[in-house]
Design a binder for this molecule. Sequence first.
Ligand SMILES: *Cc1c(COP(=O)(O)O)cnc(C)c1O
Ligand SMILES: [Zn+2]
Length: 470
Amino acid sequence: MEYFCLGCGAVYGIDELHYTCPKCGDVFLLRDNGFDDLKQTSGQTWREIFDARMCSKDSALRGIFRFYELMAPVVDPEDIVYLGEGQTPIIEASPMLQERMGGQRLAFKNDGQNPSASFKDRGMACAFSFLKSLIRSQDLDEVLAVCASTGDTSAAAALYAAYVGGRIKSAVILPQGKVTPQQLAQPLGSGAEVLEVPGVFDDCMKVVEYLADNYQVALLNSKNAWRILGQESYAFEVAQWYDWDLSGKCIFVPIGNAGNITAIMSGFLKLHELGAIESLPRVFGVQSHHADPVYRYYDQPAGSRKFEAVTVTPSVAQAAMIGNPVSFPRVKYFAEKYQAIAGDDAFNVVQVTEQDVVEAMLTANNHGHISCTQGGECLAGLAKAREAGLIKSEELAILDATAHMLKFIGFQEMYFENTFPPEYGITPKPELANRPSLVIEPAEKDRLSAEDYTANAAQAVVEKLGLKAR
Ligand SMILES: *Cc1c(COP(=O)(O)O)cnc(C)c1O
Ligand SMILES: [Zn+2]
């Protein structure tokens, strides 16, 4: 395998860690020079190989590495780190939710069911497996793994670093006050060094880039192309879930640093090239109007587009609150390939409002789903795509619920309690608020006998629920 630069095409070996091109500063992708040999095996055989591995008892192949040949075949199986990532379920949306969405067929892929409760574990499993193999083969001393994060990258990096231990130590750099309490607790609990920088993610990223350029650190942001490879497993799993038939299917994914959408397109393109799938699913990226540089780029007429970073404003889709996405050149690269094969309408970016995002999350979850705000962003994006006539009801929309709802539960609370700071631009609808109600005053507990207290509390519940005697 080798790194190749998307800017100038320069190629570098993988015996060293590279993040940006020393010649032109652009980002890398990893290329497997043996990929053409894989094509000598038929698509049908590949499907059978991957399906057979679904029942593997070998830990190394139970998770994302069951697609070993497509991901990182240079990693020795003994170096594969498996913490239960991948194999996340795709849950068909409740019939009531589909009805509410105008009869649109839709499903959520619950990537919050990964070990650190977000899709970032996919990329980390791959990056840490490679790091382990590099440390072993080159007998490196200590490696300091660092990352900037909107919360979930650091949670995942700290988890995998803590598990591998030994010569790997980890430090995470977070925008102060811009990650949720749950996301802050995760790297603290994993024992990582947690460093806060006043500002937003884009500021942290600059600090980390400075470190990677000038000091000996292993960078674990999605600039690290090994993470992109691991995240391709999302695409492989979607294909496998639907028995390798992706016709009439659309993928909705939130865009932050744009690593995830890059990986998803790259993954589907690989399967297509191998003949493991016949049609590419359409891909919809979704961005909030508070952090929408990729949307703005594609909103311009083809041929005269110009990329400009934006200054972000507070967003409930906080994990995607990024104004200058590192992987934007990768998105451009794969979107072009994707559209060349599957047509212009195979890649789209839609924009949604903060109000739409938070209410879509609440709607998903009160229909039995476990979506984070970014998953809500996907659902809001689907509604937007329907409005714009970009998708038909009979197409199946698969929405990436990128993290578990509990990581972002503070936004639900702000909505229910009507405590959003004005910068979010969200006006809660009182009728959507759900709050606990106290059925009996605590003081009654001392005043009444135990039996009376129970009877009075039960009576209050009866009245509240309008129960009928049996
Ligand atoms: C990181 C993250 C995103 C954004 O993904 P990118 O790869 O940065 O575009 C979206 N949702 C969640 C929950 C995340 O952690
Ligand atoms: Zn270059």
